[in-house]
Write a protein that binds this ligand. Structure first.
Ligand code: NAP
Length: 259
């Protein structure tokens, strides 16, 4: 299927590795030019070079922390006008409900709620002016089914979900389509780190922790960044113009719900 977005320009935040990289790769495969971001310059440059070589698209890189005001200013400065925005950042650390103080919540809200909102507020007006835009916010399965140890993530992402529910309907008539993409467990560094933490807590090996988690997924495995990216690219495509304010779950069937 031709997604009809060749030649468009996308900002993909937090995209040197993992799910962000999966989205960047899938968009580049459709001929979309990229602005890519991560904090670490080395892996960002390596990933950008691989994408340029494989897909022949333009890739601008900005090494910056997207969750800070200075970082966002740097990224926005380099990005200029974009047609597609993929919001992403690292997730908050796991813990117990008793661990988290006000500052921990402010940090999580800044990273996983207020940063995507700030980027939408800056970039969506240009999309409206040009009559076309797509925004995909990478959130989490925790929006639909809480992951108890990720209380900071559950809270911040629920806030973003509420914002998108209303805002997406305010801009859809002007050609800008905003949706959220909810990862269940995917095979990335983040999943490996969480397996490591679970293994330590339970006194088992990381491989055993992974096998246990795979056993909770009807598909019997973790998702891949490629599968995730392909869904993201569709949500950024011409064909997604009637998909407004949705929360698309990719979890191998792990959430046991009919709707
Ligand atoms: P990952 O494999 O650890 O990759 C994270 C990427 O984001 C890296 O490129 C990292 O590069 C970049 N990054 C992290 N913090 C950043 C920041 N403040 N500013 C700019 N770039 C930043 O993580 P992932 O698994 O792809 O997860 C992506 C998001 O999905 C996270 O919010 C995570 O909580 C959520 N999620 C993941 C899963 C899963 O199973 N993988 C499940 C549910 C939700 P640098 O470190 O160099 O900045």
């Amino acid at each position: 299927m031709d997604l009809g977005i060749a030649g468009k320009r996308a900002l993909v935040c937090a995209s040197s590795k993992g799910l962000g990289r999966g989205c960047a790769e899938a968009l580049a495969a459709e001929g979309v030019h990229l602005v890519m971001n991560a904090r670490g310059a080395d892996s960002l440059e390596d990933t950008a070079a691989a994408i340029r070589a494989r897909h022949g698209v333009e890739v601008v890189t900005v090494a910056a922390d997207i969750t800070t005001e200075e970082g966002r200013a740097k990224v926005l400065d380099a990005a200029g006008e974009v047609d597609i925005l993929v919001n992403n950042a690292g997730g908050p650390p796991p813990g117990m409900w008793t661990d988290w103080e006000r500052d921990d919540f402010i940090k999580a809200l800044d990273a996983n709620m207020l940063t995507p909102i700030a980027l939408m507020k800056t970039l969506v007006p240009g999309m409206i002016a040009r009559g076309w835009g797509r925004v995909v916010n990478i959130t989490s399965v925790s929006v639909k089914s809480p992951v108890a140890v990720l209380g900071l993530s559950n809270s911040a992402r629920a806030g973003l979900t509420g914002y998108v529910a209303g805002t997406s309907r305010q801009v859809a008539g002007q050609g800008v389509i905003i949706n959220n993409l909810l990862p269940g467990i995917h095979d990335t560094d983040r999943a490996t780190a969480l397996d490591g933490g679970a293994a330590k807590a339970a006194g088992i090996t990381p491989q055993q922790a992974r096998t246990n988690r795979e056993g909770t997924i009807p598909a019997g495995r973790y998702g891949t960044a490629e599968e995730f990216g392909a869904t993201c690219a569709f949500m950024c495509s011409q064909h997604a113009g009637f998909m407004v304010g949705q929360n698309i779950l990719l979890d191998g069937g792990a959430v046991n719900a009919t709707l």
